[in-house]
Design a protein. Structure first.
Lengths: 284, 193
């Protein structure tokens, strides 16, 4: 099965580990990702903060490319997904013709997690599991912008999405209930205000531990970076001995389906997940 | 009351009218659901509901000069939960853009220059973002290197960059020239900030 793919800029940079796991896992699931030719940056937080017009025209151009390619487009980054959805609404709105692109419509914009867990796909996936992730106690962490605001994302469940937990169950892991699955990690404030990230993320660590989790599972590379990168700094600052690996959901699909390169993807993390996996007896 | 404060408190009734073009701020009945659910209030000077109220009262100088609009992380919780469908996160964006247009000094210069560096990096890179270029431009624009050195923040930045680089997560490569580079340049020209 073929689908268009808009990776977004960080998947060519700080999130190349996420990109690698997505490409490999798609192959395992008989999914052909066709990268949109000549795609550009969606503008992210910077554009919508400083320049409204640019925040619509940049993603609108990508939508025009996707529509010309003639098939649905899958987006692995929460922020890119959100900006493409905002642009989709703007293009259909009264000022749509002022964005400088010609958009035919007729395609659907998917976030990757939704795409891989839609009807029927979970069943196919279950049949391919060779190593159930038994004993992996995890909290799912969704990323604000795949769901919010629902008027933009068209998601039915913005406050309490469930598909990450459903996926983890299919993979044999033990997803835990907690109230912070869609809380903010601080996102793009990481560089200019790391102190804000530390406050928000420490609360997530504490709540995840209180829920009984050994790790986080995320579907957004910004969440991954903000939970993974400052862990040592936050531990030092607070005198707590945090050890909470942060998996991409695609890495766990790869692990459960027996992909040989999982260890290579995990080597990109700052908090090494291998000791946790070894402790619960999973081969990596 | 001194003249400056009197000037600062002079209401600008047209502010709410201009915001109304974006979203119906006048529907706000101050239930404070936005502020209750906002994860960033600890870093703000006004709560989100106060920003809306001040905007309705025409307190332009207060809302355009406040820290809140810059530390908002755009997580969209307020917009999602507002019972009156006010796009509160959208208001925060509108106020940031307006503050820059009117020449207000940002009370969060680091955040502002990060956003500016990001857009510069996309423009200079021909349409896609190079993260190393962004970090370089941000250091240049934001300055304060000496203060960062003293506080230890620079060492932490460098440690992080090293941790990423040795995992090949900060690839340095020349910007690739997109076919649509002209089109993208035109987007930037149409609304320069």
């Amino acid at each position: 099965m073929k689908v268009s793919y808009y990776p977004g800029c960080s998947l060519e940079g700080t999130a190349i580990d996420y990109a690698a796991s997505i490409e490999e896992v798609s192959r395992l699931l008989d999914l052909e990702l066709e990268e949109l030719e000549d795609w550009n940056c969606c503008g992210a937080t910077a554009a919508h903060s400083l320049n409204h017009h640019l925040s619509l025209s940049l993603p609108a151009r990508n939508l025009a490319l996707a529509a010309a390619a003639g098939q649905d487009v899958v987006v692995p980054c929460a922020l890119c997904f959100n900006r493409l959805k905002v642009a989709e609404k703007a293009l259909k709105g009264p000022d749509g013709d002022q964005l400088g692109v010609s958009y035919q419509g007729g395609i659907k914009i998917w976030d990757l997690l939704d795409y891989l867990t839609q009807n029927g796909r979970l069943k196919d996936l279950a049949a391919k599991v060779v190593q159930p992730l038994t004993g992996l106690k995890a909290v799912g962490y969704y990323g604000c912008l795949v769901a919010r605001p629902p008027a933009v994302t068209d998601k039915k469940e913005a406050e309490n999405p469930q598909n990450l937990e459903q996926l983890l169950k299919v993979l044999g892991a033990d997803p835990l209930d907690w109230s912070f699955k869609t809380d903010c990690c601080g996102a793009g404030l990481a560089v200019a205000r790391p102190d804000i990230i530390d406050t928000l993320v420490q609360r997530l660590y504490d709540r995840a531990l209180r829920a009984g989790a050994d790790c986080f599972v995320v579907s957004c590379q910004m969440c991954q970076a903000n939970l993974d990168m400052p862990q040592q700094r936050i531990a030092k600052k607070t005198g707590q001995d945090y050890y909470l690996p942060v998996f991409y959901f695609t890495e766990l699909i790869g692990l459960a389906l027996g992909h040989p390169e999982v260890k290579k993807w995990l080597a990109g993390h700052l908090v090494d997940p291998v000791p946790l996996l070894e402790k619960i007896g999973l081969r990596v | 009351m001194s003249e400056t404060i009197a000037q600062a408190l002079e209401p600008s009734p047209e502010l709410a009218e201009r915001l109304a073009g974006l979203t119906g701020v006048s529907a706000c009945y101050q239930c404070k659901k936005c502020s209750s659910g906002c994860p960033l209030t600890f870093a703000m000077d006004f709560y989100p509901d106060q920003v809306i109220r001040l905007a309705l009262l025409g307190q332009e100088a207060l809302v355009l000069g406040c820290r809140t609009i810059w530390v908002c992380s755009a997580c969209e919780t307020c917009t999602t939960r507002c019972p009156n469908n006010i796009d509160i996160a959208g208001v925060m964006d509108w106020l940031k853009e307006e503050a820059l247009r009117q020449g207000y000094a940002s009370p969060q210069p680091g955040v502002t220059s990060f956003h500016q560096s990001f857009l510069d990096a996309v423009r200079l890179g021909g349409g896609r973002l190079s993260e190393p270029l962004l970090l370089g431009l941000y250091q240049l624009r934001n300055g304060g290197t000496l203060a960062k050195l003293k506080s230890g923040a620079l060492v932490e930045d460098l440690r992080m960059a090293w941790e990423l680089a040795r995992r090949r997560r900060l690839p340095l490569r020349l910007p690739r020239r997109l076919k649509g580079v002209r089109e993208i340049k035109a987007f930037f020209k149409k609304s320069p900030i």
